[in-house]
Design a protein around this ligand. Structure first.
Ligand code: DGL
Length: 337
């Protein structure tokens, strides 16, 4: 597989990490390897040692690709084994932690929705304990949702409607924290159901990734990794087709002239039909509106793992029409496959 070295690895049990990836792309300009282990998702009900073993498979792949850094785009894996992964692998590892602190500042009753494995982990419980002491006006309820991530995985593939009220805890919280990256697909629906603000940790992950990249010169070429200050303006690939090198450069130049932030994606099928059929190389070109028309402005995304096709198509659908599932005010809808 023709994947460049020196990129950023993103790992999740399946689709949830796509929402993290999306939050991290603006200004990244590095190849991305998204490893989604959909065949074995969800992880949330698995024993710790199994979760670690699966995570190590992904991280071994990242290691072989000599990634510059890896993002655990999964709260469960972070809660269960982030420390062990950090010890074992030579590259910096960014974890995903529920945005409990941000929500707790507001005080009131806070539901933290997590997988069972996260709910039982020492790392997560100690985070809740610390935040609870720091903000005594906040009443933090840890709410394991054993079925929810599995429903998201299935629903993306089948379009099946998720019976949300039966999968969520009942009550009247003042804020909800999405402590699983799969739940970010349901941000809007969850907010509507409880009628309160909803928080996720994706922007925090992106900030941490950029902080590490800008400080870690040792991992490769120096990076001027500064995030654009405004959100991306989305343009869709009208025909969904790939861009040739020339088109990429042309597009880049045009966007730079307009000084806009633009995204465009499409599968670049490479030279032969064979490669197209294999559907291995999904290239998504993301363009940021810096006043540069260089190829370095793009992040090429390579999907690895058991669900590369489903991850790719879910990712593309998240970017069709409007930006979905990435938090903020636009909310999300589960993309239909
Ligand atoms: N997306 C994951 C998380 O953030 C894992 C969900 C699962 O596989 O159970 O926790």
């Amino acid at each position: 597989m023709d994947i460049p070295e020196g990129g950023i690895g993103f790992f999740d049990s399946g689709l949830g990490g796509l929402t993290v990836l999306s939050a991290c792309l603006d200004g990244l300009g590095l190849p991305v390897c998204y490893y989604g282990d959909n065949a074995r998702a969800p992880y949330g009900g698995l024993p710790e040692e199994k979760i670690l073993a699966y995570a190590e498979e992904a991280f071994d792949a990242f290691s072989a690709l000599r990634v510059r850094a890896a993002v655990i785009a999964c709260n469960t894996v972070t809660a269960v084994c982030a420390d062990r992964l950090r010890e074992k692998y030579p590259f910096p590892v960014v974890g995903a932690e529920p945005a409990v602190r941000v929500a707790a500042r507001r005080g009131g009753r806070i539901f933290v929705l997590v997988t069972p494995a996260t709910a039982q982990s020492g790392r997560f419980l100690s985070l809740c304990g610390r935040v609870g002491r720091e903000f005594p006006a906040a009443r933090i309820s840890v709410c394991p949702c054993p079925e929810l991530a599995g429903w998201v995985e299935r629903s993306v593939r089948t379009g099946e409607k998720i019976p949300l009220p039966s999968l969520l805890p009942s009550g009247k919280p003042d804020a909800v924290v999405l402590g699983c990256t799969h739940y970010v697909f349901l941000r809007e629906e969850i907010g509507a159901l409880y009628g309160c603000p909803v928080f996720d940790g994706n922007e925090g992950i992106a900030r941490e990734l950029f902080r590490i990249l800008s400080s870690r010169r040792a991992c490769g070429r120096p990076l001027a990794a500064t995030r654009p200050s405004r959100p991306p303006l989305l343009t869709t690939a009208a025909d969904g087709k790939g861009l040739s090198e020339g088109e990429v450069d042309g597009f880049s130049r045009k966007a730079a002239e307009r000084e806009e932030l633009c995204f465009r994606f499409g599968e670049k099928t490479g030279k032969g039909e064979e490669e197209k059929e294999k559907n291995i190389r999904s290239r998504i070109f993301c363009e940021i509106g810096q006043k540069r028309g260089k190829k370095g402005d793009f992040s090429e995304i390579f999907f690895l793992g058991s669900g590369k096709t489903v991850n790719k198509s879910a990712y593309e659908q998240m970017f069709v029409g409007k930006k979905r599932g990435m938090g903020g005010e636009t909310g999300s809808k589960i993309p239909k496959s």
